[in-house]
Design a protein around this ligand. Structure first.
Ligand code: GDP
Ligand code: IMO
Ligand code: MG
Length: 422
């Protein structure tokens, strides 16, 4: 059975933890989009791993992990990540990590362009991770990007970067920023590319062979459905398709290879960066931050927090074709007396079950809440559905009904073992 694991909110839903949990019974884990803007935390016993580009299946020996063609790859960042993992005792070889030769490469000028664009946006700033994601995807779309395959040919790469920089440097100069030089760019990524070279290959036949041989494939999503370039809270989104379609275009496996879609959501909602957030609630944010939770895995920024938003979940379940929900961080609500769930948005007096497209409508949307009693009980040691307090089960049952998908996994703590399988 091949499974997509995607975020249903604004990222950081706990995808890494769920992918790690599912990898035990899988053979291959493939990432199809995003870059090192992602930060996926996996906790096993007293060890904490934060994955940015490396798929979250890497902690299981003898599993194959693939960085697909749809990913934008920062070679220097990836090598740092590999070295950190190796320092934690994780072996990384071409047997357990392959990288698509079609993946576009994040180069130093993409990071600088990202920062320059953010500055230029002024009050419309997106709050990007400044990892060069937007500029790399836009170079891909305007066909002036470089893929790993291009960088394997140093002379060609030098020429291509030269042409690209002729334009990019005009922007840097106009803004009074330092310019880039092709030879210098090549020099800065050379060692990283050499380290990665044995891993780089045409990953598409590898994935198809695994599929044909009946191996189990997991597609690990990055970001979340409302950061999707088409379905998210545009323009406060990332630059890739974070929803189910992205798993196919980003890996080279067709839709017919996918058997199920697990949508991961928190029992509440968080967001990092700018943009609308209808159920945002400062008191919950203070409460969760006070517990030492909800700080970004990539940038360390405190995440904005709020109540569960079914308007988002309903739409995300539709767009992703979610068959199963994984509800994480249920334990974050353990001490709450009363829990709110937003069932629709009221915009100009009219109730809407789905999110609007217009920017201004998001700003006018008011949450319509229904209230649930809390369970006021520590759930972190629960290991079965029956172990959960009755009010927690009622909350999850209601969530499933409202979102239109069954709950199949429940997270009650960050550790691999703190996952309830229904
Ligand atoms: P991802 O980007 O979707 O993989 O999620 P992140 O790793 O960025 O953020 C999720 C955070 O919640 C991490 O700190 C995880 O360790 C943590 N986490 C995941 N599931 C649970 C859960 O069920 N309970 C608790 N307490 N923490 C969780
Ligand atoms: P994971 O995979 C949460 C957010 C940024 C910003 C917007 C655009 O860990 O869930 P970008 O750098 O992509 O151009 O930034 O998207 N963002 C994320 N938020 N989790 C992520 O990844 C994110 N990746 C990007 O904060 O608002
Ligand atoms: Mg994250």
């Amino acid at each position: 059975m091949n499974t997509i694991v995607n975020g249903l909110q604004w990222g950081d839903e706990g995808k890494g933890k769920i992918v790690d949990f599912l990898t035990e019974s899988a053979d291959v884990v493939v990432r199809g989009q995003g870059g090192n803007n992602a930060g996926h935390t996996v906790i096993v016993g007293d060890r904490k791993y934060v994955l940015h580009l490396v798929p979250s299946g890497i902690l299981w020996p003898d599993k194959r992990n693939i960085i697909g063609n749809g990913v934008v790859l920062d070679p220097v960042g990836l090598v740092e990540e590999i070295e950190t993992l190796e320092g934690q005792g994780v072996a990384i070889t071409p047997d357990n990590l392959l990288i698509s030769d079609r993946a576009h490469v994040v180069l130093p000028y993409h990071r600088d362009l990202d920062a320059a664009q953010e500055e230029a946006r002024g009050k419309f700033a997106i709050g990007t991770t400044r990892r060069g994601i937007g500029p790399t995807y836009s170079d891909k779309a305007t066909r002036c990007g470089l893929r790993l395959a291009d960088l394997m040919d140093a002379d060609l790469a030098h020429e291509l970067i030269d042409v690209r920089l002729a334009e990019a440097n005009q922007i840097f100069t106009a803004r009074g920023l330092p310019t880039h030089d092709a030879a210098e760019v090549m020099k800065r990524v050379a060692a990283a590319l050499e380290r990665l070279r044995p891993h780089i290959t045409n990953t598409i036949p590898v994935l198809h062979e695994a599929w044909q041989a009946g191996k189990e494939i997991l597609f690990e999503g990055a970001q979340g459905s409302f950061l999707d370039i088409d379905f998210g809270t545009y323009p406060f989104v990332t630059s890739s398709n974070t929803t189910a379609g992205g798993a196919c275009t980003g890996s080279g496996l067709p839709p017919t290879a996918v058997d199920r879609v697990i949508g991961v959501c928190k029992a509440y909602t968080t967001r990092v960066g700018e943009g609308p957030f209808v159920t945002e609630n400062e008191e919950i944010g203070d409460y969760l931050h006070g517990l030492g939770r909800e700080f970004g895995a990539t940038t360390g920024r405190p995440r904005r927090c709020g109540w569960l938003d079914i308007v988002l979940l309903r739409f995300a379940c539709m767009v992703n074709g979610v068959t199963d929900l994984a509800v994480t961080n249920l334990d974050g609500l353990d001490e709450r007396e009363e829990i709110q769930v937003c069932t629709s948005y009221r915009i100009d007096g009219i109730e809407h079950p789905f999110p609007p497209a217009e920017r201004e409508a998001w700003n006018r949307a008011e949450p319509v809440y229904e209230s649930h009693p809390g369970w006021r009980q520590d759930t972190s040691a629960c290991r079965t559905w029956d172990d959960l307090p009755e009010a927690a089960r009622a909350y999850l049952t209601r969530l499933a009904t409202l979102a239109g998908a069954r709950v199949s996994y429940v997270g009650i703590g960050p550790d691999r073992a703190q996952t309830i399988l229904l």
